[in-house]
Design a protein around this ligand. Structure first.
Ligand code: AMP
Ligand code: GLY
Length: 428
């Protein structure tokens, strides 16, 4: 069977890498893919939001499964379009993807489902938003309702910062229609973790819990990024938290969605958790795999991901087929100098072969392309270098040894991936 993977980042390279291992698969297509996916897949130069082009590609190639990486095509209805043509797809419908596409909708479903989350007010009135932020006290969190490429959330330390964030969204319309409404939300203190679940409309199977590192600099300082690294398993997510998340968060949310208007959720449901002193609260839902979480979660997934995804797509998931390998994985992102601000592209990358030859190393490409002389940088996050090991400390050591073998001008790397878990286990 041919499988089409939509997207071109590190997450999609990890998906291609895992899917290519399935005995069911004859060829993997990646649209648009990157220099890394080109080694295991046929790259097709279509953008991830080209819904017509992608639907036609899946139909013309007779793809037995399409796996959608990013949120944008899902919120635009790619899964619905493929399903209309009778093409199997792993990823939620447009209606189900509202859990990520509208933070207000996600709050409504969480309220119906009894899921614990931060208190929030939705408004399009700037004075009401400001009054609410004063009521909640500072810091306060201001969120654009819709998708904003990870830039729509501001943690405002005081009233002045809250006013700027509210005006940016509601008055300046910095996020366009996505910021026509804002959520003003209670600030939660704690440690974050990512729990990704495979959902078939009803049944739920959790993948290994992970933690990413959103800030650019060591010690979780500096600006927010798409994610500078990740590791799994995350010991902060205890078996009790995991069990409660499966039932009371993922299961309850999927049921509430079905009860509201019959919307069926099929695909990955990603719960961004905040583990606070008062218990576990949901920060956000994503309707897709996380990036870079996927680069640590998939190497730890036992079994055939294509079988699992096909079963979920058909509403016939057997959760017992989803299990984790022993050991741990750590992914260190190598980013372009200046990221998440502006950066230069086209820098030649040296040492990829040497890193890939190392034991227990997988080099996932994100922002790379093939230049005349070899692989060059083409994005902010360039590589996700994953190390595997019997425990987290050794996985992290392996990942950094591989990072040391790779070089490109201006490369920026966090040196402390996994530090919270190592502190927790007393290894540091
Ligand atoms: P979101 O897209 O809603 O997950 O927000 C992006 C990031 O902002 C999260 O990963 C958190 O680091 C932070 N954040 C969001 N909501 C809150 C909150 N209520 N309290 C504290 N931090 C938050
Ligand atoms: N790593 C966060 C995300 O994928 O949204």
């Amino acid at each position: 069977m041919k499988v089409l993977v939509v997207g071109g980042g590190g997450r999609e390279h990890a998906l291609v890498w895992k899917i290519a291992q399935s005995p069911l698969v004859t060829e993997v297509l990646a649209a648009p893919g990157n220099a890394g996916t080109a080694a295991q897949a046929r790259n097709v130069p279509l953008k991830a939001d080209d819904i017509d082009g992608l639907t036609a590609l899946a139909a013309d190639e007779g793809c037995g499964l399409t796996v959608v990486g990013p949120e944008v095509p899902l919120t635009l209805g790619l899964a619905d379009r493929l399903a209309e043509r009778g093409l199997p797809v792993f990823g939620p419908s447009k209606a189900a993807a509202r859990l990520e596409g509208s933070k207000a909708f996600a709050k409504e479903i969480m309220t119906r489902a009894g899921v614990s989350t931060a208190r929030a007010l939705l408004t399009r009135d700037r004075d009401e938003a400001l009054a609410h932020s004063r009521e909640l006290g500072f810091p306060v969190v201001v969120k654009a309702d819709g998708l904003a490429a990870g830039k729509g959330v501001v943690i405002a330390a005081d009233e002045d910062e809250a006013a700027v964030a509210i005006d940016d969204a509601l008055v300046e319309r910095r996020f366009g229609e996505s910021g026509a409404d804002v959520l003003v939300e209670e600030y939660l203190e704690g440690e974050e973790a990512s729990v990704l679940a495979i959902v078939d409309g009803e049944r739920v199977a959790l993948l290994t819990p992970s933690q990413d590192h959103k800030r650019a600099l060591d010690g979780d300082r500096g600006p927010n990024t798409g994610g500078m690294g990740a590791y799994a398993p995350a010991p902060i997510v205890t078996p009790a938290i995991l069990e409660a998340t499966a039932a009371d968060v993922i299961g309850a949310t999927v049921r509430a969605l079905a009860d509201l208007d019959g919307t069926v959720y099929r695909g990955v449901l990603y719960a961004g958790l905040m583990i606070t002193d008062e218990g576990v609260k949901v920060l956000e839902f994503n309707c897709r795999f996380g990036d870079p979480e996927t680069q640590v979660v998939l190497p730890l997934l036992d079994g055939d991901i294509v079988e699992i995804m096909l079963a979920a797509a058909q509403g016939e998931l057997d959760p017992s087929t989803v299990s984790s390998k022993d050991g741990a994985a750590a992914c260190v992102v190598m980013a372009s100098g200046g990221y998440p601000g502006s950066y230069e592209k086209g820098k030649p990358i040296a040492g990829l072969d040497a890193a890939e030859r190392m034991d227990d190393v997988i080099v996932f490409h994100a922002g790379t392309s093939l230049g005349d002389g070899g692989v060059v940088t083409s994005g902010g996050r360039v590589l996700g270098v994953t190390g595997l090991g019997p425990d987290l400390e050794r996985a992290i050591g392996t990942a950094y040894a591989a990072v040391d073998a790779i070089d490109f001008e201006g490369a920026s790397v966090r040196k402390d991936i996994g530090y919270r878990a190592l502190n927790r286990c007393g290894a540091r």
